[in-house]
Every structure is written in C-alpha cells, then in structure tokens.
Unconditional design. Structure first.
Length: 630
C-alpha cells in the first residue's frame, strides 16, 4: 500500500470515529450555520425595542459582535474583505449601542463611527435588509426601491407579465413584510434608542438612482394596476389583507416565517405595523422561535438564519456510507429514521409552477415543512438510498422524492433551488442590491450538477433518458470560457465546477469530452503551491474567479473530488492535494473557518461548521474507492 493510501485510510478511520461520536440520540447531527454578525445585531435591536427579557443572550451576542471588530473599526463578511463592509459595520454599531453595554464615547464605537463616516454614512449602505431595519426603527426613510412597489402587486393574477409568484420564494417572504411596513410608513423606537443622525452625511445624496430598466418595470406595474377591478381604496385594503395573510399562512410550528430568522424579524415589525399588540401570541411565538435559533459553542454564541440540521444530517450520513460504514450500521439507520418524517407532505409555493405532483422534498431546517429545495432533497435521498432497497417505507419515500426532483427540472433543462421556471429577467431590474441573485430562482450549475450526480450514481439514470440529456446539455452550454462553472450556493467557481464535473461524469458523459477536460484543466491551473485550493468570496460579487491565495478544506475537497471523478489514475497533483487535505484536518485557523457557503452575493456568506468534515471525508473515500487497488 502506498504512503498516500495508508494516510488516507488512517484519516478516514479517525474522521468516521469522530463523526459517529457526534451523532445525537435522535439520529441527527447539529453543527453551526454561522452567518457573520448580521442576525446577532438584528436580534439585539429587536429585543431591546420589544423589551424582551433575555439579558444573557443579548450580552452573549454583544460580546460576539464586539469581538469581531477589526483594528480599522469595521466589521467584514469574510476575512479578505480588507476594507470592511459598511452595511455590516452599521448593523454592529447600532446593535452595540442599543444593547446598552457600549457608550458613544467608547473607543471601539468611535473607531466604528469614523469608519462609517469615511464611507459616506448611512446613505451609502447597500444591504436592503440593513435599510429596512433602519427604516423600521426610525433611523432612516423607507428606501424608494421598496416604497415604489405597491402592495397591489400581490393582487396581480398569475397571467400578468409581472406577478408576485414570479419572484423567488426567498425574496417574497422578505419583500412582503417590507412592503407592508413601507406602505404604512411604519417605524418604532424607544426612549433608549441610539442617535444615528450624526452618521448621515448631508453631502451624500441619499436618494437611490432609478435605472432605466427599473423605470420600464414601473410602467408594467402601473399597467397591471389599471387592470385591477374595484376602487383604489378597496383594492388597496384587499392587497393589505392579502399581504398579511401571505405571512400568516407561511408561519411554521416554531413561530418563524419560512424558518428564516431574517424574514421572521421583518414579520414581527410588519405585524406591529398592522397594529398587532407586542404581546400577541404570533409575536411572542416568533420571538421564541428566533431565540431557539441560537448556537452556543465554547466562548461564542451566535444566531443562525436557519439551522442546517437536515442538510448536515443527510450529508454526514451519506459521507459515512461512502467511507464504507455499513448500510446496517446503527448510525445510518438512526439518521434515516430522523430524515424520514421530515420529508414534506404539504403543498408549498413550489406547487404554483409545478402542478400535479405530490410533495416529496426535504427542507434545510427541522422546522421547515413547506419550503423544500432540490439540493436538500437529493442529499436526503442519498442518505436513505441503501434502506430504500429493502424497506417499504423508505422505498415509498425514495419514490416520492425522486419523482419530486424530476418534476422540478426547468424548461431550459437545468434545476433551480426552490421553485421551477422563476427566472423572469425583469425582476432583476429592481433597484435592490443583490436582486439579480435574490429575486429569481434560475437553473444553476451547482444544483444541476448535484442533481445529475444523484440521478446517475444513485438512481441509475444516464444519457439514454431525454431529461438527463437536457440537463447535461444545459451544463455544457453554461460552462465559462475558461472551463469553470459558477456555483450559486457555494464559493463559487470551484464549487460550481466540482458539481458540474461530478454530475456530467455520473450520467455517462465521457471523461474525454471537451467540457469535462476543460473543467479539469481549469481546476489544475488554479491549484495552490501547497497542493490545496482556495477561492475568495470576492468571486461571488465580481462574477469571475478570484483566488484566495490560501487553501481551505472544503474547496480543496471539492476540487479533488472533481479530479478523482475525471482522472483514471491518481496523478501527482491529486496526491499532493490529498496530502494537503489531510493536514487540514489537524489545523484550526482562519483558513479552516473561511466561509465557503453563499447566500446572497456581497451580503451573506456562511461558514458551515460541518463542511470541514463532510467534504474532506467524501473526497478521501472516493480516492480510496477509485485508486485503492492501484
């Protein structure tokens, strides 16, 4: 046995032993879904405004935020955002002061203030969530980008050129409470609210530029308004009621809106705008649901936007099975028992564009029962694959899940995340930072590649099937000129290229195919001198590959997994990467915690605490499986 294989075997044994010890009694794994300080800040502000009595949590979130401040006075979304992030810094500054534990004269606050003023103040904030929180709490006017969208949009029939269900589900659950608040010009404050007026630079134009495309969109909105039947007042009242019902119908059993912290916080403010009492059960239950989203680890407490328990459990179970943990191992059967009842049985918004298919998907979080996504569903199906061949309940679950995934294929051949055929370009013209990514849910290379990988390796489907051909064709046609693919939900071109290559190979596209060869060569061309791979979150905003100039565990594992799928023999480059990957498992620094999950370009990135185990274990297991006899 070669030295590399011996090291691989040893590391696989160590990692599997560790993961087995981490499993909970109910069969799940719990790892932090870390999102920076944004939600920590929002929760402090919300709790102070509502006088929520949870001083311990407020103090823990305060400590975490303060600890993340950089010497230049700013906060950032990722370590190499060297000049900081204005929106994140405003959020942190506001929350630290609102907590009551910081004073305006404190040195960290003064440093943050100087940074904010040097960047143009509140008027230059780009995050729509930051703008909404500032407006809802009386620190700024409601932005035109929200105020110019009338509530009546919710009344437009589905056959209108613009209608509410052409927006992505993620954008709808955030936009609805914002539209309610903007319509009422709502704001709420307290006697102890910080004074942020000195962060307004009167020399900076606070009015947002309205693009020509957005003006064209406004014409379509006004055209739609003219076609609604009824008096303007009656239509407006009906629209307000519909917006309220939209939120109420999507509250999960834990009190959260769609199982997202951000939309839940906005919903609470929107309910206040609708004259709900602060002690109304819907508000108190939402606070309870939010509070449960905290994640505590030694020395740090943070708020998760949506705990990743279903996602992590499915992926870890799959990774353990790939590492040769037996299908009948207690950990695998317990994980399957956890996942089975979390398959969805309710119709959600996904069914509006996908008629005549019964529910069968999985969501990201435990509380999620109406918002399944393709990626979580294929992850869960990988996890229960072995049991589906011998157990009736799992076979039925597998069939429902497979049928649901197949039904979600877009007209163009690719797969979306949440809802099919919601890719109207006009909606990306909204004057909202990140609208191009948030407003629609188009086919993406990572979703399409990972779906094809599941369909090929686990469902036994290949290029003989027309829908597989269409998916493969979409991937090949959407390859970048340099050979890479853009990945929407991971960072970023390494992620997309890994998903595309493993998906194409799984359904029978020859490794000699030009697209496969170009993708593999691109990965080899960006390998770091230490043998690993690393990509900056800057790629997500700039839409081209930006090297991190350091390696990260998950990105190294993605690149290796793709190369293993495409190379018949272990090459020196692969072996060098494997050695670097193994050393990662014994390191703990900023590179091992770099955020490689993507939520919203330029605004929201995720450090999945599980990723340093899942993807390396998969890459090492696939290396051993393919090259173990070489």
């Amino acid at each position: 046995m070669s030295d590399v294989l011996s090291a691989v075997d040893k590391e696989i044994d160590r990692m599997t032993s560790f993961l087995l010890q981490q499993q909970r009694q109910d069969g799940s794994w719990h790892y932090c879904f870390e999102n920076g300080i944004v939600i920590d800040a929002y929760v402090i502000i919300l709790f102070r405004i509502l006088n929520v009595q949870n001083e311990k949590l407020i103090r823990q979130l305060y400590d975490r935020i303060l600890n993340e401040q950089q010497p230049g006075g700013f906060w950032r979304l990722y370590p190499d955002e060297e000049d900081g992030n204005l929106s994140a810094t405003v959020e942190a500054y506001y929350a630290l002061l609102y907590s009551g534990y910081s004073k305006i004269t404190d040195e960290p606050i003064q440093r943050a203030k100087r940074y904010i003023q040097s960047k143009g103040g509140l008027a230059k904030v780009t995050s729509i969530l930051t703008k909404a929180i500032l407006a809802a709490t009386g620190q700024a006017k409601w932005p035109l980008s929200i105020s110019l969208i009338p509530l009546e949009v919710l009344m437009f029939p589905n056959y209108f050129p613009i209608n509410y269900y052409e927006f992505s589900g993620y954008s709808r659950v955030h936009l609805t409470p914002m539209l309610i608040m903007a319509d009422r010009r709502f704001s709420i404050t307290t006697a102890d609210a910080p004074e942020l007026s000195d962060l307004m630079d009167t020399r900076v134009d606070a009015e947002e530029p309205i693009s020509r495309e957005y003006q064209e969109m406004q014409k379509d909105i006004h055209s739609g308004l003219s076609r609604l039947i009824g008096t303007p007042r009656s239509i407006h009242e009906a629209a307000r009621t519909k917006a309220e019902q939209f939120m109420l119908q999507r509250i999960e059993s834990d009190g959260t809106l769609y199982s997202y912290a951000t939309s839940t916080i906005l919903m609470i403010f929107a309910l206040l705008a609708l004259k709900y009492d602060q002690q109304h059960p819907l508000i108190t239950e939402a606070i309870t649901g939010l509070t449960a989203m905290q994640y505590r680890s030694p020395g740090k407490t943070t708020m998760q936007n949506s705990p990743s328990t279903v996602w992590d459990t499915a992926l870890i179970s799959y990774a353990l099975q790939e590492s040769r943990i037996g299908d009948d191992h207690k950990a695998i059967t317990q994980a399957a028992s956890y996942l089975l009842p979390r398959q969805h049985h309710k119709l959600g918004d996904w069914s509006i564009h996908n008629h005549s298919i019964e529910p069968g998907g999985w969501g990201f979080s435990e509380s999620n029962t109406i918002n399944p996504d393709v990626d979580d569903t294929t992850a869960a199906l990988r996890a229960i694959h072995s049991l589906s061949r011998t157990s009736g309940p799992y076979q039925e679950s597998w069939n429902r899940g497979l049928n649901w995934v197949l039904s979600m294929q877009n007209k163009d051949g690719g797969w979306p995340a949440f809802e099919k055929n919601t890719n109207k370009e006009m909606l990306t013209w909204l004057a909202i930072d990140g609208a191009k990514s948030a407003a629609t849910d188009p086919s993406e290379a990572d979703l399409t590649g990972r779906t094809l990988e599941y369909l090929g390796n686990f469902a036994g489907l290949d290029m003989r099937y027309e829908f597989i051909k269409r998916g493969s064709k979409w991937l090949i046609q959407n390859q970048e000129k340099d050979g890479s693919w853009y990945g929407r939900w991971g960072v970023c071109y390494i992620y997309g290229t890994w998903a595309a290559l493993t998906g194409l190979v799984a359904v029978g596209v020859p490794t000699s195919h030009d697209s496969v060869q170009k993708g593999a060569q691109w990965l080899l061309s960006i390998q770091n001198p230490d043998g690993g791979w690393g990509e900056s979150c800057h790629s997500d905003r700039l839409l081209h590959y930006v090297p991190l100039r350091e390696s990260t565990p998950s990105q190294t594992a993605w690149a290796l997994d793709a190369l293993i799928a495409t190379q018949p023999k272990a090459t020196p480059a692969i072996n060098q990467g494997i050695r670097r990957l193994i050393t990662f498992m014994h390191e703990d620094d900023w590179k091992t915690t770099y955020p490689t999950g993507a939520g919203l370009p330029g605004n929201f990135y995720i450090h999945y605490h599980s990723y340093r185990y899942i993807w390396p274990l998969l890459a090492l297991s696939h290396y051993r499986k393919k090259y173990g006899d070489c």
